[in-house]
Design a protein around this ligand. Structure first.
Ligand code: FAD
Length: 420
């Protein structure tokens, strides 16, 4: 952090901007929070590193809990108009046999399915609604460079881009800049990385309009599981899980070897892999980690979404949690702005309320990872019992509800909205 004794913005070739809240990161967490605050009469500046809404290999699967937040915000119809595929749940397969199924049609409508939707459709819709408010400033193409402070209080950010920069003064800064959050680093907060998954995921997409799955399918294969789900429009998004740092040795043996490994792991899509994977550049490697930052709040600063807590892709929880974080922080932040208490103590209420939900998700993901992917006689014997339990009993319905909604008590506080 830097103390605020410095040349004026003009002298430094920067533009000064000032409003109530500065949100760093225009992802699902940042833009959902921006819209909630704008609707409540709060002025918002969003600093976003990217100039476009394209976010390749981000979360595409929305859980019912996230859908409910978007539905209550009135964003969902527009998102659906832009295009999405509905999915009926999760299925674990080995050698073409179904080992375990989690069906969302057991849940109460209307949010009784998953939605596979390009993140840009969600972000585009949120942004379009934010842009309808006079007190919204969007700074695409600018990265946070510094946190401004007065004593211990964070008072804004410096954001830089190819065409100069902005000095944004705000009563509160929200770090919503994702799993490698620069805001978090600048505040000196540790990411709390948990390497419990010990896996990397190799992602790619195949055009397959006639072979969509209608579900998230997890194929157990020799050498790692493969996640397959429909990706709008008419594609399959495929994630091949590999031992952490294991891809390098495979890639060094060349494209044909990698394709052979993929065909063996996913024989039903061997023809598509053959035709469409033409270069190692068609494949994107992402390291999978979970993490939970030590602190989520400082005086004048709060972290949400992946910046505060990061999750592995299994069980598709990240966007859900990010959208629910925004819904949960909204009333707390409105109250803090009204009372003028933007201390770490007041903003830290968010962490106190939210951490137990996040811990539960991490535990459930670890359980899912062990239950679905572990290969040993005990796990193999328990799995059919677990399938029956999840598929047919009230406890199973409760587990499905937990995975689908996270904390079901989280809702949008529309009573705080002011008329436009
Ligand atoms: C390959 C992959 C697959 C996934 N699949 C799923 C899934 O199916 N379902 C699911 O729910 N979750 C999934 N996730 C997780 C999900 O994408 C994230 O949890 C979710 O996007 C978090 O939202 P967020 O707004 O907190 O962060 P992000 O979506 O990461 O948004 C952060 C924003 O901050 C911006 N930013 C970053 N650095 C800076 C900076 N220095 N200055 C300014 N702006 C900055 C970024 O450009 C971005 O727009 C997946 C993640 C990965 C990597």
């Amino acid at each position: 952090m830097t103390d605020d004794v410095r040349p004026s913005a003009e002298e430094a070739g920067m533009t000064d901007v000032k409003d109530d809240v500065c949100i760093v990161g225009g992802g699902p967490a940042g833009l959902a929070l921006a819209l909630l605050l704008l609707r409540s009469g709060v002025g918002v500046v969003v600093v976003e590193r990217s100039r476009s809404l394209e976010r390749s290999y981000r979360g595409e699967i929305l859980q019912p809990g996230g859908l409910a937040v978007l539905g209550e915000l009135g964003v969902l119809p527009g998102v659906l108009d832009r295009g999405a595929h509905e999915l009926s749940g999760f299925r674990l397969l080995a050698d073409g046999r179904v080992l375990m199924s989690i069906d969302y049609n057991r849940l109460p409508p209307p949010y009784n399915h998953l939605l596979s939707v390009p993140q840009q459709h969600v972000l585009g819709e949120l942004l379009a609604l934010c842009e309808g408010y006079e007190r919204f400033s969007y700074l695409p193409g600018y990265r946070i460079r510094e946190l401004l402070t007065e004593g211990s209080q964070v008072t804004g950010v410096v954001a830089g881009g190819p065409e100069g920069g902005y000095r944004v003064a705000a009563r509160c800064v929200v770090g919503a800049d994702g799993r490698y959050s620069r805001t978090r680093t600048l505040a000196g907060i540790d990411a709390g990385r948990i390497d419990a998954f010990d896996q990397d995921v190799l992602w790619f997409k195949l055009l397959a309009p006639d072979r969509l799955t209608g579900r998230v399918q997890i194929h157990r294969a020799a050498g790692g599981a493969v996640i397959v789900h429909d990706s709008y429009p008419g594609r399959l998004q495929i994630g091949w899980t590999l031992p952490h740092r294991g891809y390098q040795a495979i890639a060094e043996r060349g494209l044909e070897h990698v394709k052979q490994r993929l065909r063996t792991a996913l024989p039903r899509y061997a023809d598509l892999i053959d035709e469409q994977v033409t270069s190692l550049h068609d494949l994107t490697l992402l390291d999978v980690f979970a993490g939970c930052a030590d602190e989520w709040a400082r005086d004048g600063l709060v972290l949400i979404g992946d910046a505060a807590h990061t999750h592995g892709p299994l069980g598709a929880q990240g966007i859900n949690l990010a959208l629910q974080d925004a819904a949960l922080l909204h009333p707390l932040l409105i109250n803090a702005l009204r009372t003028g208490d933007l201390s770490a103590g007041a903003l830290g209420e968010f962490a106190r309320v939210r951490r137990p939900d996040v811990d539960r998700v991490v535990k459930t993901q670890l359980m899912q990872s062990r239950g679905m992917l572990t290969r040993n006689p005990v796990a193999d014997a328990i799995r059919p019992v677990a399938t029956t339990l999840i598929g047919r009993t009230p406890i199973g319905k409760k587990i499905t509800q937990r995975i689908a909604f996270g904390n079901p008590a989280i809702r949008v506080h529309s009573e705080l909205f002011v008329s436009d």
